[in-house]
Write a protein that binds this ligand. Structure first.
Ligand code: SF4
Length: 302
């Protein structure tokens, strides 16, 4: 198989089968400091574009033997919305996907284009990145091609949210001393409170990055998460870094949840066993509620 990879198991999206639209060479209009692929000069197109039918043939082959997956993920060694035949590909996938979900992982650079939004509307989950709403910080962290315009991206996401009724996830990736200031995160949070995505994934550098940049700690991620009060935020923990566990009384749990919903990952990672039991009791008593957003449950006050 050239274009199909996985499946991989991800807490955030479930068991995912990937479609790579640029397996030969990185094709991206960004050159993010934290990219887990190699450094690149940004390009505004997919190099060596694949043929839709080749991808669909591989997908059919895989699905004929295994349907035990949750989601078909369109991605690329780069930016998948640069693929000129994306509309046709999504159409063909939707004909054969049955009850599987579809997901695209995009850097949001093309979301201002109506034709791209019209294609993405036909997917079950859209994940867009937004690392800053400040043009200088954005340029520093994402190093886009000269054709990319941050204002258009932000406006495009706003329009898309109004048009798109399915699951919209915004990913914010934080790099130490680049876009981790409270000011940067507060500005992103302000914009996202207006957009109201279904979920925000807040993470940091985890795999070896293209440039010599550093992650922020899990503690810092939790501090920054507080700016997104009222929104469903998943703090994407760094592997290999312990996070202290906390013990909370009932009133503290209710107070904590009144600031922002907590994901099941937060609860598993942050709290001791007694506190986890308390969460379950509060749920049974109807004092808090649990809501499924995509593959993850969020707990909040009623
Ligand atoms: S948008 Fe994604 S693929 Fe492109 S440079 Fe950034 S992290 Fe890498």
């Amino acid at each position: 198989m050239k274009y199909i990879f996985g499946p991989v198991n991800s807490r955030r999206f479930g068991i995912s089968l990937g479609i790579d639209l640029s397996p030969d060479i990185k094709s991206c209009n960004f050159d993010c400091l934290y990219c887990e692929l190699e450094k690149n000069t940004p390009v505004d197109f997919i190099q060596n574009e694949p043929d839709v039918q080749q991808i669909i043939t591989e997908l059919k082959q895989f699905l004929s033997k295994n349907r035990n997956i949750d989601v078909i993920t369109i991605t690329a060694n780069g930016e998948p919305t640069l693929y000129s035949k994306l509309g046709l590909l999504v159409e063909e996938i939707n004909k054969i996907k049955g009850d599987l979900k579809t997901l695209i992982l995009s850097n949001a650079s093309t979301i201002y284009k109506k034709e791209i939004r019209n294609v993405l509307k036909n997917l079950d989950i859209v994940k867009l990145s937004l690392d800053s709403v400040d043009p200088d910080v954005f340029k520093k962290v994402d190093r886009p091609s000269s054709s990319v315009d941050l204002n258009k991206i932000v406006e495009g996401i706003k329009i898309f949210r109004k048009e798109y009724k399915s699951l919209l996830v915004i990913e914010v990736l934080v790099v130490q001393n680049v876009n981790d200031s409270e000011d940067n995160i507060r500005k992103i949070a302000q914009v996202l409170k207006e957009i109201k995505p279904d979920r925000i994934d807040l993470g940091t550098v985890d795999r070896p990055p293209a440039y010599r940049v550093k992650p922020v700690s899990n503690d810092k991620l939790y501090k920054l998460a507080q700016y997104f009060d009222g929104l469903n935020v998943v703090v994407v923990h760094r592997k290999n870094e312990g996070t202290p566990t906390f013990k909370l009384e009932e009133k503290d749990i209710l107070k904590t949840l009144s600031t922002r919903p907590f994901s099941e990952i937060d609860i598993e990672t942050l709290f001791d066993d007694d506190t986890k039991t308390q969460f379950e009791q509060l749920l049974k008593q109807g004092k808090i509620k649990r809501e499924k957003v995509g593959n993850l449950s969020f707990y909040s006050t009623v």
